[in-house]
Design a protein around this ligand. Sequence first.
Ligand SMILES: *Cc1c(COP(=O)(O)O)cnc(C)c1O
Length: 370
Amino acid sequence: MTPVPLFDYLAQYRALQAQIDAALRRVLESGQLILGPEVDRFEARFAQYLGAEAGAVGVASGTDALAIGLAAVGVGPGDEVITVANTAVATVAAIGTLQARAVFCDVRPDTALMDIEQVPHLSGPRTRAVVPVHLYGNVVDVDRLRALLAGAPIAVVEDCAQAHGARLRGRHVGTLGDVGAFSFYPTKNLGAYGDGGLCVARDPARVEQMRRLRMYGFQGTPIALREGRCSRLDELQAAVLNVKLDQLEGYVERRRALARRYEQRLGPGIGQIRKSDDATPAPHLQVVRVAARDQVRGRLQERGIGSGVHYPMAIHRMPAYEHLGYAPGSLPVTEMLCAEVLSLPLYPELDEHAVDRVCAALDEVARGPA
Ligand SMILES: *Cc1c(COP(=O)(O)O)cnc(C)c1O
């Protein structure tokens, strides 16, 4: 039986090879490698896709998109930023680059998303921002979060790294809060062939500020007006993204169809993650909950089925973040999920038979030793 990998970059490249190769050659022959027409065009088109009227700023990674977005809403040294601990380390690393402090909110057991009802109890005079993570392409109710924060000077910076194409009440993630941050890491719903990221903001002045922050604080002239950094999306990656953006809605639709098939085919013994209310997710990872997860993974591997764990250790339990002072058990739902979650293959090029095989194998191995 052919193996089913967790992610298959080559299948997508093969399908788009003629267009990708032509786009890359066009950039190489243009002599313009940094902040040229491909980046301009991608920023404009992705902003239009999202309905982000104030525009978008291409940056070097999703981590930088978050850091630049947080800086643009005024987060600085000593400030507190509320987020979750079941996310990519990137989310918390971005907060750290600003010398701000992450404050962790536990998550809901059904959706694995930030339990936003807890946010008001976690915020204090130093809280400057909340970073909800649209984990696995599922959507945090940012409208409700904003209502809970009403009156407080606290910005919402959405981590959309796993949720390109997801919507809440018809509006795209990234446009629901003050700032939206995206990653184009190769495995994401929209992936480059290297690193890349992008941020959008509701307020046009903030978009301009993010544009300055990505390049040394320059505005038109090479004179730094406010200390910035170097974080640019490059022309080669933007050219790839321009080709793939045409496919994004189709890819997301395909991910939805495959996720539906998983939901129907997974056996009753397999715990599933619920989609949030009023949301149209853009499934990024097909995550289930199983007991004895690591054994299950090994037995899937023996059957040629790749799997992953997002995430095996909550961030507050990692050595690098011990200084934040969270004891074991302090985020009980997050910790419980970290022990049980298992990511199954999900990408547009996967076929239905492969999904059926994964479900059958999982059913078999999760029932315990034969
Ligand atoms: C991938 C990811 C990021 C970071 O993106 P990079 O481009 O790797 O810096 C941030 N948050 C989440 C939830 C992610 O999955």
